[in-house]
Design a protein around this ligand. Structure first.
Ligand SMILES: [Zn+2]
Length: 271
C-alpha cells in the first residue's frame, strides 16, 4: 500500500518535472478538417446549462490534428468518418496524411479527447498505434451496457483485435520531453482530456478537446447541458485558462470555426 502510494507520488512528480523542464525536440502540428456542421447549431439549447446564449447560432467545425515529434507521429482526435452523416468530412483522415507522406502504420499514438462520435469516427486505420484515452472514457466504452453517448463502434478494432490501449488516470508526457502532453480535463465525459503541444517558433498550443465548444463558453466558463459532471467541467476550464496564461499559449477551441486559422492551413504545419 505504502509502496503504491510512493510510486504514485514519484510518477506524479515526474510528470510535473517534465512539464517544467522541457527540452525542445523537432515538433510540428497540422490541423486537418474532419467535418463541418451542415447548418448552424442553436447553442442555447444544448451547449449552455444556464441558457446564457439565446439566439446565438454557431456552425461547428470538427478538427483532427497530426503531430510530428522527431521521427514519430501522433494523431489527436479523428472526427467523423466520411459519409457517416451530413456533418462528416469529404476527405478521409488517412488521405490527408498521405498528402504529407505519412501512412496510418507510421502513427505511433492516437490520442482522443473523449469517446463521442465526432472525435472517434476514424480510429480504425491506425492499426499500429497505441490508443491514449482517459480511463473514465475507456471504462465507459467497456461497461455493460456502455455509457450513453459513448461511440463503442468507433473502438471496435481495438476491442476485437486487442490493439494497444493506455487508459490514462494522470497527465501523459507522450514522448518523455514535455513537448506533447495529454492533460486530464474531465467533466464533458468522465475521462475527457486536452492536448498541449510546445512548438519551437509558435510556442505552446492548447487543443481544447470539448472542455469548451466555442469562444462564448470559454470566456464565461459556461458548461453545456449535454455534459457528464458540471463541477469537473468548470474546474477543467479553469485549468485550461490558467495553463494558457502561464504558458502564454495559443488556445485552439477545436469546434470553433473562428479558431481554424490560429494554425496554418493544411498541408502547412505549425512549428
Ligand atoms: Zn465534440
Amino acid at each position: 500500500m505504502m509502496k503504491n502510494k510512493l510510486s504514485a507520488l514519484a510518477f506524479a512528480a515526474g510528470g510535473l518535472i517534465s512539464m517544467g523542464a522541457w527540452a525542445q525536440a523537432d515538433v510540428a502540428l497540422w490541423r486537418i478538417d474532419c467535418g463541418t456542421g451542415e447548418k448552424p447549431t442553436a447553442v442555447n439549447e444544448r451547449f449552455s446549462d444556464t441558457l446564457a446564449f439565446p439566439g446565438l447560432n454557431l456552425t461547428f467545425t470538427f478538427s483532427c490534428y497530426l503531430i510530428k515529434h522527431g521521427d514519430d507521429y501522433m494523431v489527436w482526435d479523428t472526427g467523423f468518418a466520411p459519409g457517416s452523416n451530413p456533418n462528416a468530412p469529404k476527405t478521409a483522415l488517412a488521405d490527408y496524411l498521405a498528402q504529407v507522406k505519412v501512412t496510418p502504420a507510421q502513427v505511433k499514438y492516437v490520442g482522443i479527447s473523449h469517446f463521442h462520435p465526432d472525435h472517434t469516427g476514424q480510429l480504425a486505420p491506425f492499426d499500429h498505434a497505441t490508443l491514449l484515452i482517459g480511463k473514465g472514457d475507456w471504462d465507459g466504452i467497456n461497461a455493460k451496457p456502455p455509457m450513453a453517448s459513448a461511440n463503442v463502434a468507433g473502438f471496435d478494432r481495438w476491442i476485437v483485435e486487442g490493439r494497444k490501449v493506455e487508459p490514462l488516470t494522470l497527465d501523459k508526457d507522450v514522448f518523455g520531453d514535455g513537448t506533447v502532453m495529454v492533460l486530464r480535463a474531465p467533466g464533458h465525459t468522465p475521462g475527457h482530456s486536452m492536448l498541449l503541444v510546445r512548438l519551437k517558433d509558435k510556442g505552446a498550443v492548447l487543443l481544447s478537446g470539448d472542455a469548451v465548444h466555442f469562444h462564448e463558453n470559454y470566456d464565461s466558463g459556461g458548461v453545456p447541458s449535454f455534459n457528464f459532471d458540471r463541477a469537473q467541467t468548470a474546474a477543467s476550464i479553469e485549468r485550461l485558462k490558467k495553463l494558457a496564461a502561464n504558458l502564454k499559449a495559443t488556445v485552439v477551441i477545436q469546434h470553433d470555426m473562428r479558431d481554424i486559422d490560429k494554425l496554418p492551413t493544411f498541408p502547412t504545419a505549425a512549428r
